[in-house]
Design a binder for this molecule. Structure first.
Ligand SMILES: *[C@@H]1O[C@H](CO)[C@@H](O)[C@H](O)[C@H]1NC(C)=O
Ligand SMILES: *[C@@H]1O[C@H](CO)[C@@H](O)[C@H](O)[C@H]1NC(C)=O
Length: 297
């Protein structure tokens, strides 16, 4: 009896000491190229656990907010409501669908705490569990909001995060928060917001940032940065954000074999490992990146 117990316990002890490997998912940005296929097609691949619909790229400072989904549809003529059923379809497959606010091109800022409060009210009523006569994505209730803030004011995103998270208590459905900071710490736009500890998913952009990305066969800078993110930034899960193809970013593309052999085995030991984020669905379709890595994520 005693012998059997010890032989069962030893492997357990071994794994505790050496570090367990954690399973993760793939998050994808969808919405910025009309030739990337529909939302349902993305979800039908079975490879994504999170989809960020990109972007709501005009908000704040009293502006009337606007969404931009490139060639997919035109919010001004209400043709994006066709994605309502597709959002529900993705959610029925247990895929979390978030609205990403910000992006590289747009007009957005948060001018004050009051402005942040107003934007949070707008997001709740227009895309989450609230009600509005104008819902560009129809009556589908998104799982949360992703912050991809790259311009405008660096202020008040912590307040926006608090106001949005407060709706988690009011509605029946939890409001998830995602963020896509650049890898240098602290992120200029999102550092203060991340310090709130309210973000469930933080998909760090390990690209377009030479001090903390992969380059020429060398994984050192990326792995050092990953260690800093997972040990110093409070967050639910941290994802390794990567370009899905060389053309998807200025620099930082990681060949799939390097990712699966030299990076994933190391970062999967982190308790906070959530998986890999890819920019974007369009480039993933072109390059087949998620298909190459899914078995190792
Ligand atoms: C916030 O919303 C209120 C109510 O609609 C409005 O009176 C106020 O001007 C708004 N504040 C800002 C900063 O946009
Ligand atoms: C990889 O990069 C690190 C950090 O820049 C550097 O110290 C190291 O020498 C590089 N390793 C190789 C094999 O080039």
């Amino acid at each position: 009896m005693v012998k059997t117990k010890i032989s069962l316990l030893l492997p357990l002890l071994f794994f505790t000491l050496v570090g367990t490997s954690h399973a993760g998912g793939i998050a994808i940005y969808w919405g910025q190229n009309g030739n990337e296929g529909t939302l349902s097609e993305a979800c039908d691949t079975g490879r994504y656990t999170h989809v960020n619909i990109a972007f709501l790229n005009k908000f704040g400072n009293g502006q009337t907010p606007e969404m931009n989904l490139a060639g997919h549809c035109n919010p001004a003529t209400n043709s994006c409501t066709k994605f309502s059923a597709q959002i529900k379809y993705c959610q029925s497959k247990n895929i979390k669908v978030l609205l990403s606010i910000g992006g590289g091109i747009g007009t957005y800022t948060l001018a004050s705490v009051e402005d942040a409060r107003n934007v949070s009210t707008f997001l709740w009523n227009t895309f989450l569990g609230g009600h509005s006569s104008t819902r560009p994505l129809g009556d589908a209730v998104l799982d949360g909001i992703d912050f991809d803030i790259e311009q405008g004011s660096t202020q008040n995103y912590d307040h926006l995060a608090r106001f949005l998270k407060a709706y988690s208590k009011k509605g029946k459905k939890r409001v998830y928060l995602g963020a896509a900071p650049q890898c240098p710490i602290p992120d200029r736009f999102l550092g203060t917001a991340l310090d709130t500890g309210l973000f469930d998913f933080v998909w760090v952009q390990f690209y377009n940032n030479p001090p903390c990305q992969y380059a020429d066969g060398n994984v050192t800078n990326l792995l050092n940065s990953w260690k800093r993110w997972t040990s110093t930034v409070p967050a639910g899960k941290i994802f390794l954000g990567l370009p899905a193809a060389p053309a998807a970013a200025g620099s930082g593309f990681v060949p799939a074999d390097v990712l699966t052999s030299k990076i994933l085995p190391v970062i999967k030991k982190s308790r906070k490992y959530g998986g890999v984020m890819l920019w974007s669905r369009f480039f993933d379709v072109q390059n087949g990146y998620s298909a190459s890595i899914i078995g190792s994520v």
